[in-house]
Design a protein around this ligand. Structure first.
Ligand SMILES: CC(C)(COP(=O)(O)OP(=O)(O)OC[C@H]1O[C@@H](n2cnc3c(N)ncnc32)[C@H](O)[C@@H]1OP(=O)(O)O)[C@@H](O)C(=O)NCCC(=O)NCCS
Length: 198
């Protein structure tokens, strides 16, 4: 980084980022010391091939660059997902061309236990309540039913398919696109239990 880049680089917003606690997880801003843990988890083709921008192989330097780059822009939030104090994955809302986009990945050893659904619900609440977004978008490769299911369980609705570039495969792949509006989210959040009286 040059001196002028240092002077004009936007300050990190980590201090503005809340720490979110769910039933089993803690979501917090990534810290410099997280590089080794993030790289150990993310260095897996099953993760890279299902995300747009994660390279494969994925080294500690990649994790350090990632940590240095996130949480700089208003309206964005990037969290590590921690379980019993250990980093197990990452989730974020980032401002993209089409709007605020939710992304996530989890270390393979932790798949299939509902962790990402739990984390993304907390992230979605943060994005609507604190970041005040009106609409969130996301996407999943058509060959990734688990990710599609996560989005559906968080209230997202399918809007179509489009080709998007996947860095790890150096190619484009069809992506199911999803959207969640504030109105639908508010409706789902307010849908209380019905008590059967007879
Ligand atoms: C996709 C991913 C985030 C899921 O994380 P997870 O913590 O295992 O997800 P959850 O356990 O919260 O939910 C997964 C859901 O998908 C379902 N599922 C898993 N594999 C499936 C399959 N092959 N077909 C259909 N549904 C499947 C699970 O049963 C579960 O649904 P349920 O609770 O209704 O039973 C994780 O596998 C991952 O990190 N993958 C690589 C990176 C990635 O795909 N990121 C998303 C990019 S958009």
């Amino acid at each position: 980084m040059t001196l002028s880049e240092q002077v004009f680089a936007p300050p990190r917003r980590d201090d503005d980022l809340p720490v979110l606690a769910t039933a089993r997880l803690v979501l917090r801003a990534p810290r410099r010391g997280d590089g080794k843990a993030i790289a150990a988890l993310a260095n897996d083709r099953r993760i890279a091939a299902n995300t747009a921008r994660i390279p494969h192989p994925y080294a500690i330097e990649d994790a350090e660059q990632f940590i240095a780059a996130v949480n700089k822009r208003e309206g964005e939030a990037c969290f590590v997902i921690a379980l019993d104090g250990a980093v197990i994955g990452v989730c974020s809302v980032e401002l993209r061309e089409d709007g605020p986009e939710i992304g996530y990945w989890l270390g393979v050893a932790y798949w299939g236990r509902g962790f990402v659904t739990e984390a993304v619900r907390a992230l979605v609440d943060h994005a609507f309540s604190d970041l005040e977004h009106e609409t969130l978008i996301s996407g999943a490769r058509v060959s990734n039913p688990a990710s599609r299911r996560v989005l559906e369980k968080c209230g997202f609705q399918w809007t179509g398919v489009r080709l998007s570039r996947i860095r790890a495969i150096s190619s484009a792949a069809p992506i199911d696109r999803f959207r969640l509006d504030r109105g639908l989210w508010a409706s789902l959040k307010s849908w209380g239990r019905v008590i059967r009286v007879t």
